[in-house]
Design a binder for this molecule. Sequence first.
Ligand code: ADP
Ligand code: RBF
Ligand code: MG
Length: 399
Amino acid sequence: MRRVASAAVPDACSTRPRYRHRRSERTRGVSSRSLSSDRDDLVAQCTECALPNERARADAIARALDLRRDGYARCLIVGAETGALALRIASEDAACTALCVDASAAQLARCAETLGKTLALDAGEDVLGNARGVRFLRCDDMRALKPYHGPFDGVAFNAHLADRGGEDEARDAVTRAVLLCKPGARVVISERERGVGEGTGDGGMDFASIVRGLPLARVGGAKELGEASAPMRADDDENPLVFVVPSAFEIAKPFVLEAPVVTGFGRGSKQMGVPTANLDPELCGGEAFLSSLPLGVYFGWAKLAMESSWHECVLNVGKRPTFVDGDGATIEVHVMGASDAAKLYERDFYGETMRVEVRGFIRPEMRFESLPELVTRIRADIGLARNALASGAHARPSA
Ligand code: ADP
Ligand code: RBF
Ligand code: MG
């Protein structure tokens, strides 16, 4: 049923019971037909649609983002709310810019209005807060965010994840954000207090299970992939969950893969410019071993049985969700030359045995919207692998 703004406005939104509402003079008589979603409709009907503790939460998030650590920083705010967080970042961190995304255009407009009003803009500055380095983007799927929107030094999930769906959607959104981050970036998750009215709070989400397998380390915690962790809640307004994106992840137990090179899908060299030697999965420890590994991108050292020296490599252990080519797990190793231009092998080596010493994890496997996006990301993975291997922490095997 469509509601019009002249209908009775309830004291509280049906979806956001903790929010306080007051009918706006501005929106009286405006038909919801001119608004693009139910959420917009709700936002447009009230002028004081704010959580009582939004300001305290914004302060806690801004502290946790620690954006000033390198002087200049760019951050992503997911969930505009009524603008307290954007305002905090725009007004206090002069060297920080933010991209603020929300599914609701009306919510973004509310946020922009807060910025415009509260910053007491000088003549010439525009009311959308753009002059203060905050940009707005309506977006209800994090996949719409492209690499050129980042890379980010910080991402804040601002009371947003629980509203948007279940744990799978939350994991997808966090994964997407992590992929747009620079190494060292902070990822901060803050949800509304749990259990106060239907549709509010983090709905019982366990963020430990949502971030498991993602390249994220709890700030101050161990830097190890898949570390066992107690359930984590994100619904304490003044204590959001804080993670850091490591440049590469330590893995608890480095492992070795050794198997003959088999033919793959014929795509790596020709379509992507990244040849991948596919190792026979049957001979790589079998299904039980492969299914115990987090699917994703790893780095390490590789060599053919007949070679005497080891080469840097990146590998994907996964099911290639970007393509429809069956969902069996494959192990694909791209052996890196001294530079991208220098070709390491001028030949194919199908049937030869390759040994890979896997040293670290870079990121989980993702479905990309297009082949160029996947290739761009693989190039970034190669750069991260080079840095990690050059750091000296992962010495070249001796023999
Ligand atoms: P396929 O789909 O059959 O795996 P690719 O297009 O992925 O074919 O190319 C991979 C093949 O290219 C490898 O099996 C190997 O024989 C050869 N190759 C040449 N240089 C490299 C390299 N640097 N890394 C991986 N494979 C390479
Ligand atoms: N395929 C995906 O669908 N998603 C990925 O995130 C992904 N990451 C990869 C990362 C690296 C470093 C490499 C070498 C491959 C990756 N692939 C990924 C696999 C890719 O789709 C595959 O190599 C080609 O389709 C050729 O089979
Ligand atoms: Mg291949």
